[in-house]
Design a protein around this ligand. Structure first.
Ligand code: 5CA
Ligand code: ZN
Length: 410
């Protein structure tokens, strides 16, 4: 399916630093070290509700990954999925009495519009689960043929015993895995499974639910194999970054990696597993089920500048669980106004040292707070002493720096 339009990224003098990111599997910050073209897969939305600030924060983090890689001279190949058929979408559609496909279409378009407004760089390939069904069923047939999948009634399951590396992404102990599996769409109590942690690859047709007639029988794909196959077929094994929010560490990313490793007999699926923290409101993770959403589209409709939303979300580390509070937006609006005033100056201090500081901050596991602090310092200097500045190119380079590296258009 179509993604959304891209903004041109301004050219900057010189070259950025190699990006280091915290890899969940390694448990430490490591160089990403792409060989040539950098490959990234980020888990996309399940389009049953509108983009909230939690989604936005997560996609912003990976937008920065792309910007830093590009600045360091890499081509980037970025793939994102849309889980356009799954239980939460079907449940929501039934609840509001709407056709599941029209609900999905509407929310995907809203997401595109929100991403465009926030100047999030689009993926090169934007792939829906429904359009990927033929490649997903091919993969499941391979797993069945190799006895790395088994049937329970009309369903097909993945045995975690088929993946020697299972557990190596999250490092959670078995009790934690069982708890999270039950909380996040798994079915540990299903009778007929070999292990409670085995995950569904193909779900046989259920009354009243959509299904596709395939060689596996009528049904629809499981969630983890969707991302596994979409990524594998476009990026190959060993791509650079598998990304998403920290709620995907287990079971989703563990199982996606296990499926791909069982399919290919090689490892790793991704060289780094990178996770954004959860945005919360009133002490709880922002989510549809908790009803504590701040929607990007609502803020836009209220006339809030999307660049202020972007700045507000960049003000804090992407990995930290963060609370959205009422004061964040006015603070970001004030900061944006100062930055715009500085960008409009006819002259200002040399911005080359600022560019170096922003590059260094972002390369160090996307330290946006340090990047914003450095920018604030340059802006304060420019606003305090514009008359004495010797370099007329300062404001121009400053504006290009925050545009190219932070995605803020002044
Ligand atoms: N379709 C699946 C991934 S394949 C899915 O998780 N969809 S989602 O719509 O629920 O979430 C989309 C992305 O936003 C995921 O990366 C998820 O981890 C992230 N996300 C969801 N809620 C939050 C939140 N409160 N804070 C930060 N990120 C969030
Ligand atoms: Zn996914």
């Amino acid at each position: 399916m179509d993604a959304w339009p891209s903004n041109a990224v301004p050219e900057l003098p010189g070259e950025g630093e190699p990006l280091r990111l915290y890899d969940t599997a390694a448990g430490e910050v490591r160089p990403t070290a792409p060989q040539g073209t950098a490959g990234m897969y980020v888990c996309g939305i399940t389009p049953y509700d509108a983009t909230h600030l939690g989604h936005a924060a997560t996609y912003l983090a990976f937008d920065l990954v792309q910007r830093v890689w590009r600045d360091a001279g890499h081509e980037v190949r970025y793939v994102q999925n849309v889980t356009d058929v799954d239980d939460p979408l079907l449940e929501r559609a039934a609840h509001i009495g709407e056709n599941w496909m029209s609900l999905a279409e509407r929310e995907i378009q809203l997401f595109r519009d929100d991403m465009t407004a926030l100047r999030v760089l689009p993926p090169d390939e934007y792939i829906g689960a429904v359009e990927a069904i033929p490649e997903i069923t091919d993969a499941i047939e391979l797993l069945l043929a190799d006895e790395r999948a088994y049937r329970v009634d009309d369903d097909v399951y993945f045995p975690v015993s088929a993946a020697p590396g299972f557990g190596g992404e999250s490092h959670y102990d078995r009790d934690t895995m069982l708890t999270l599996f039950a909380e996040r769409g798994g079915d540990p109590a299903r009778t007929g499974k070999r292990d409670p942690l085995d995950s569904v690859l193909w779900q046989g047709r259920r009354p009243g639910e959509p299904y596709w007639d395939t060689a596996l029988g009528p049904g629809r794909p499981g969630w983890h194999i969707e991302c596994s196959v979409i990524a594998l077929n476009r990026l190959g094994m060993g791509f650079d970054v598998q990304g998403g929010g920290s709620d995907l560490i287990f079971p989703h990313h563990e199982h996606s990696a296990a499926h791909a490793e069982a399919l290919t007999g090689t490892a790793p699926f991704a060289r780094s597993y990178v996770h954004a923290g959860m945005i919360g409101l009133d002490g709880e993770k922002m989510s549809k089920s908790r009803g504590n959403l701040v929607l990007v589209s609502k803020l836009r409709a209220a006339g809030v500048d999307p660049m202020a939303v972007r700045l507000a979300l960049l003000d804090g580390h992407y990995r930290a669980d963060r609370e959205w509070t009422g004061g964040r937006l006015p603070a970001a609006e004030a900061r944006l106004a100062r930055w715009r005033a500085a960008a409009a100056l006819p002259a200002g201090p040399d911005a080359a040292p600022l560019l170096a500081e922003v590059r260094a901050a972002l390369a160090a596991d996307l330290d946006t707070s340090a990047a914003l602090d450095a920018t604030d310092r340059w802006v304060a200097g420019a606003l305090e002493a514009p008359a004495t500045a010797e370099d007329g190119t300062g404001p121009g380079l400053f504006a290009r720096t925050v545009d190219a590296l932070l995605g803020i258009s002044l």
